[in-house]
Design a protein around this ligand. Structure first.
Ligand code: TUI
Length: 315
């Protein structure tokens, strides 16, 4: 069985982490992933503290296995959510969309493992010096808010630059991908898009349907003019957003247009006017399955492909 240092560090069975997607990764999905042997991650998003506390308690009621909370650093409630994680005994905190340097000492003092998502070598190096436990190196193939380096070049460069474990993200959805990440020196993968198409994910069915229908070129990035590129499935929303950026709309206008669009798609199911954030791997996602079936399938694929690679090495 494939096991890595990530499994020992987090007390999980398989080296698979679920991306902490805002409005999408709710207690049901998180608990299912942790129950199936991966690390489930609650998507904190911009949600108010009461909502996050409720989701943490709901997750704890559904699983005794380790799980994490993702804190996007643009949230207005970062400090409150840190306190909730400490009070509720959350074992792992992941962060995204910025540098968590300011909150690392508080979390570490409370005995919480800190695993930030980074899009560059520079930030990974700074955070390793801050004492984080591992990093997720996330390529621009990912859905949602992204950096500008692709996974294949990013992961080995981060692996060489830090001496803490590196989890690969961006473009992973099956066992071949897991093996490829391990080949690059990563200790596991984080997947977001693939976990959306599971039975336990509470996102609106229209959102899952858009991913199932996607091909390799279905996604587009917008928001470059704001310095915050976001990848989502191409629709009327992304087309209008791109037009606004091209015709020189003010930053305030573009931000106002973008606000609430992820919730519109994920919760209301409006996949025409809402933002259907997903990664480029959406084209590989072809079915909706229970989380446990997905994770077991990925591990079996990885084992089978490892055996195949071994026959190549022996020649
Ligand atoms: O955080 C993410 N992905 C996200 S957050 C999100 S919520 C949202 N809602 C509406 C509009 C926009 C976003 C959707 N997707 N991924 C983790 C991640 N973080 N990827 C890349 C980064 C990153 C990028 C730049 C981390 C740090 C950074 O720079 C900080 C620095 O100081 O260098």
């Amino acid at each position: 069985m494939i096991r890595t240092v990530l499994c020992d560090m987090l007390g999980i069975r398989y080296p698979i982490v679920q991306g902490g997607m805002a409005w999408v990764a709710t207690a049901e999905l998180v608990a299912a992933v942790s129950e199936a042997g991966g690390l489930g991650v609650l998507g904190g998003g911009n949600a108010p503290p009461d909502y996050v506390r409720d989701q943490v308690r709901k997750t704890k009621a559904l699983t005794r296995n380790p799980f994490a909370v993702n804190i996007p650093l643009f949230s207005p409630f970062v400090d409150d959510i840190v306190q909730i994680c400490i009070d509720e005994g959350v074992p792992v905190v992941m962060t995204g969309a910025g540098s968590p340097s300011a909150i690392v000492p508080r979390l570490k003092d409370a005995g919480i493992k800190v695993i930030p998502v980074v899009g560059s070598v520079a930030l990974a190096v700074r955070l390793a010096r801050d004492g984080v436990d591992a990093v997720v190196a996330e390529g621009m193939e990912s859905g949602g808010h992204i950096g500008d380096v692709a996974t294949l070049p990013l992961v080995p460069q981060v692996v060489d630059a830090v001496d803490i474990p590196v989890i690969a993200a961006g473009g992973f959805a099956d066992g071949r991908g897991l093996l490829a990440a391990l080949a690059l020196g990563a200790v596991g993968i984080q997947m977001g898009t693939r976990f959306i198409c599971t039975e336990e994910c509470t996102v609106h069915p229209n959102y899952k349907e858009r991913i199932l229908r996607a091909n390799d070129r279905a996604t587009i990035t917008t928001g470059h003019s704001l310095g915050h590129p976001v990848r989502a499935i191409r629709n009327q929303m992304t087309t209008r957003f791109a037009e606004m950026e091209k015709t020189g709309a003010t930053e305030a206008e573009v931000i106002e247009f973008g606000t609430g669009k992820l919730r519109l798609a994920a919760v209301e199911g409006d996949v025409v006017n809402g933002s259907v954030m997903a990664g480029q791997i959406a084209g590989l996602v072809r079915d909706i399955v229970p989380v446990r079936v997905l994770i077991e399938r990925i591990m079996a694929e990885a084992e089978a492909h490892l055996a195949r690679l071994n026959t190549l090495a022996g020649r």
